[in-house]
Design a protein around this ligand. Structure first.
Ligand SMILES: C[S@@+](CC[C@H](N)C(=O)[O-])C[C@H]1O[C@@H](n2cnc3c(N)ncnc32)[C@H](O)[C@@H]1O
Length: 234
């Protein structure tokens, strides 16, 4: 039996039963197999830009006897699917800026889906900021922990009446207020404090701008943590 890691399991479990899911950058096809085996979708499109992962996916899908339910496609981002073809689009395990460009290149496809589930490995704030400016709303988000690493999951959809002027101060305001989110913020605070101490000790010329940036980020995460503590459900 295929057992998903917590990151992919959180994504899989959050998918409400629907007709078609597209898993863009599917790599190993673990998520598509989970979705069909757990009756979350009638069909899953597992796509990847590289032939190698697509070949391995095909073999794995065959091993599970799911060739009639999971279609492997090779190609770049959302270019492999048509408008209204997928109810839910998952783009996980890539950089936030790559996810942004994948959506931007086929906005018509992204807009036509009921929901996008995005799991950026970095640059989540830039991704959220771009989504909001592009008339997407953030339905919710969460931070989960797997092997001492934190992963961010963002659920979003297009809404033509969305407020495009919203300014993103910190990604954490869009996430569920959980103990893991607090741990994630503590880790960020610790990282920025370490960088600040290293910069102080190094005496490297031209580090002023970086120092200011780190102090700003440190204060930003401290502010966010305070806000989350004050706004935690009792
Ligand atoms: C790190 S893996 C993530 C696999 C899986 N989605 C997960 O979260 O575990 C990233 C995959 O995305 C694929 N990829 C990268 N850029 C892509 C693009 N523009 N379109 C489709 N797939 C892409 C890579 O070939 C790779 O298999």
């Amino acid at each position: 039996m295929l057992e998903l890691t917590p990151r992919l399991k959180t994504i899989g479990e959050s998918i409400e039963r629907c007709n078609v899911v597209a898993d863009i950058g599917s790599d190993h096809a673990y998520l598509p197999i989970y979705l069909i085996k757990n009756n979350k979708a009638n069909k899953v499109i597992a796509s990847d830009i590289n032939i190698g992962p697509a070949k391995i996916s095909k073999e794995r899908i065959k091993k599970y006897g799911l060739e009639n339910y999971i279609e492997v496609r090779i190609g770049n981002g959302l270019k492999v699917i048509d408008k209204y073809e997928a109810d839910i689009i998952v783009i996980a395990g890539m950089g936030g800026l790559l996810i942004k460009s994948i959506i931007e290149e086929r906005m018509d496809v992204a807009i036509s889906a009921d929901r996008l589930i995005l799991q950026p490995m970095r640059d989540s704030r830039a991704l959220i900021s771009w989504l909001l400016k592009s008339s997407f709303v953030i339905i919710d988000g969460e931070v989960i922990k797997e092997n001492e690493k934190y992963y961010e999951i963002i659920r979003t959809c297009f809404d033509e009446e969305a407020d495009r002027d919203a300014e993103v101060i910190n990604e954490v305001y869009y996430y569920k207020n959980t103990p893991v989110l607090h741990e994630y913020i503590d880790r960020k605070i610790e990282q920025y404090m370490n960088i600040i101490n290293q910069l102080k000790a190094s005496n490297v010329a031209d580090s002023d701008a970086r120092m200011r940036e780190c102090i700003e980020e440190l204060n930003n995460y401290r502010e966010a943590k305070k806000w989350l503590i004050l706004n935690a459900e009792q």
